[in-house]
Ligand binder design. Structure first.
Ligand SMILES: Nc1nc2c(ncn2[C@@H]2O[C@H](COP(=O)(O)OP(=O)(O)OP(=O)(O)O)[C@@H](O)[C@H]2O)c(=O)[nH]1
Ligand SMILES: [Mg+2]
Ligand SMILES: [Zn+2]
Length: 302
């Protein structure tokens, strides 16, 4: 090795020796770690916020497995990235495009995206800059697409997924998805699951001034394309079909609102060899997708 290279090498070694805290859970990681060794969130989030000297806020989209989180988030990001006025977003970092890309690639082939894997290192995270035409400042946001099964596991057995816990504690606002089509069929599962989530949140941070009681909570009745009545009055629909959730919101969350949303126009169910019964969208007709997110952004402290 030539002598002239030595100062450079030692400089690099010194850089690697300085730990960098994960932006989600705060644990120290080595400089070249790709995902956090504790919570498996991408370390790119920490590098980006450190190099650009920004402290992005976080928003969560949660709900049971199969409620439509991946479809909703993919469509939301696609709509917002193409909007030229009102609410607009700009993705930061190539990794921030993957969620939108995979969801839209499936929908444009008239298919739904795959179920999100339970392993946190497989989740798509997105870091973006959000701007509202009438506000001068832009906001920085981080949003992951988590798996419903992992969320339920953490709610039932706290600390199984430390990353989910750390993340939900720090979120500035939340979108809870609940399957309107299943509610219409009389299933109580959706109601129970969302009540569990809300109890978990209120216990996670019950600070009288800054706790979850005061943070914005948007409740999204998903798949409303399958029960049109939902769009007329989402609040009344929830009160009738998810009374536990409705009651919980009145008592524990000062700043909440109900929304209805649908991404597919009509669906068919087919038996596909090797996959069993598969639901496919015949048309893509996004309705009520931007509204809950826009409401949340307007409610958040800038
Ligand atoms: N009709 C209708 N069906 C939908 C809509 N969104 C999702 N679905 C159906 O719900 C299924 C699950 O959607 P996903 O977005 O993968 O659900 P998820 O909440 O991400 O589920 P996990 O990844 O397991 O947590 C899809 O495969 C579709 O069959 C919608 O807007 N309308
Ligand atoms: Mg998913
Ligand atoms: Zn971490």
């Amino acid at each position: 090795m030539s002598k002239s290279l030595q100062p450079m090498e030692s400089f690099r070694l010194a850089e690697y020796a300085v730990p960098i805290p994960c932006y989600i859970c705060g644990d120290d990681n080595t400089y070249d770690a790709e995902v956090c060794h504790t919570c498996q969130a991408p370390m790119a989030l920490a590098h980006q916020s450190q190099s650009q000297k920004i402290r992005p806020q976080m928003i969560a989209a949660i709900g049971a497995s199969g409620v439509g989180k991946t479809v909703y988030l993919g469509m939301l990001l696609d709509l917002l990235s193409r909007q030229s006025k009102g609410l607009q977003i700009l993705a930061r970092g190539a990794f921030s495009i993957t969620l939108q890309q995979t969801a839209i690639a499936a929908l444009s082939k008239r298919e739904f995206p795959q179920k999100t894997p339970n392993e946190p290192d497989q989740w798509n995270w997105m870091h973006c800059q959000v701007s509202l035409t009438e506000r001068r400042h832009t906001a920085e946001l981080i949003m992951p697409d988590m798996s419903g099964e992992a969320i339920l596991e953490e709610v039932d057995h706290p600390n199984t997924y430390r990353g989910i816990r750390a993340f939900l504690k720090r979120c500035a606002g939340i979108m809870i998805l609940i399957d309107a089509a299943k509610l219409m069929e009389g299933s109580r599962e959706q109601d129970y699951f969302s009540m569990k989530l809300l109890s978990y949140l209120s216990e996670l941070d019950d600070d009288p001034k800054r706790g979850w009681r005061h943070r914005p909570v948007g409740i999204i009745l998903s798949k409303a394309d399958q029960c049109e009545r939902c769009f007329d009055d989402p609040q009344a629909y929830a009160r009738q079909h998810a009374s536990g959730l409705w009651q919980h919101c009145q008592e524990r969350f000062r700043n909440h609102r109900f929304f209805a949303c649908g991404v597919a126009g009509a669906c068919i169910t087919r038996v596909v060899r090797g996959q069993g019964r598969v639901t496919l969208p015949l048309r893509i007709e996004p309705r009520g997708v931007v509204e809950p997110f826009e409401w949340l952004i307007r409610q958040m402290r800038s």
